[in-house]
Design a protein around this ligand. Structure first.
Ligand code: BEZ
Length: 259
């Protein structure tokens, strides 16, 4: 996804599915950490258009996918009509029956209210159930953010940090939040993963238009393009190689058990 619980619904689910497939391709690695077993009940939190939900189901698990964006859920249902998908807010959802595992890929950095999300997850898990998550960790897209702030400042927008919608915690910060709510963290890893953006020269501009829209609210198309062109110019020496853009992603992976 995935953008569970993010209020703006300006993501185009077709564009997301066609141009940002790297989101779930990388997520396949997280599936190994989940290691879904036949007959287990598993929640895919922030399922987006459902690709990883379907991979979990292929292992014989009974899986439900939730996402806050109705258009993502609509697309997920079209893609996988045999699976169960529901619109729900990660900060405040309830399941009718507790699950063996909660899985979430590339979602939690969209939700600064981490304590509320952890509380909902805790309530939805069985005792002994596991939480397996990956999302943007401390230092994620640091150079993109820095340059974006500067480019916005140049056109008179000084408030860019207040428009930042993302939450990129350290391992220590996130693990202590989990521990406070009765989880035992059994695995954590923070690592750099430069990520190839599709569409060659247009990769960074596409990424900004899709994921950084919050910074451009109220700006004209022309102002937006001035900022994007400036960001591209400043980042080219660092993030552009052999006709491709690479985002400076840093991921955090965590496995935690509900005690
Ligand atoms: C991420 O997956 O790290 C990410 C995606 C979009 C915006 C910010 C971060």
């Amino acid at each position: 996804m995935n953008k569970t619980s993010v209020s703006n619904n300006d993501w185009n689910s077709n564009l997301y599915q066609e141009k940002h497939a790297f989101v779930w391709h990388y997520g396949e690695n997280l599936l190994q950490l989940l290691n879904p077993q036949s007959k287990e009940r598993i929640l895919d939190l922030g399922c987006g258009t459902g690709q990883l939900t379907a991979k979990i189901a292929e292992k014989g698990a009974e899986v439900i996918g939730i996402d806050s964006a109705p258009e993502m859920i609509e697309k997920a249902r079209q893609n996988y009509p045999q699976l169960h998908f529901q619109v729900a807010d990660a900060r405040n959802f309830q399941l009718s029956h507790p699950v063996d595992a909660v899985f979430s890929n590339a979602v939690l950095h969209w939700i600064p209210q981490a304590d509320n999300v952890i509380n909902s997850i805790r309530k939805s898990l069985k005792i002994g159930g596991r939480l397996i998550v990956e999302f943007g960790g401390k230092g994620n897209i640091e150079s993109i953010i820095k340059v974006l702030y500067k480019a916005l400042e140049k056109i008179g927008i000084d408030s860019a940090p207040n428009l930042n919608p993302w939450y990129f915690p350290s391992i220590g910060e996130y693990a202590s939040k989990l521990e406070k709510q009765g989880f035992e963290v059994t695995y954590s890893h923070l690592f750099s993963r430069p990520t190839l953006l599709q569409d060659k020269d247009a990769g960074l501009a596409n990424w900004i238009k899709m994921f950084a829209a919050n910074f451009f609210k109220g700006l004209s198309e022309e102002e937006k393009m001035v900022v994007i062109n400036d960001v591209e110019k400043q980042l080219k020496p660092k993030l552009y190689q052999e006709s491709n853009w690479f985002a400076d992603y840093r991921r955090i992976q965590i496995k935690a058990i509900k005690k």
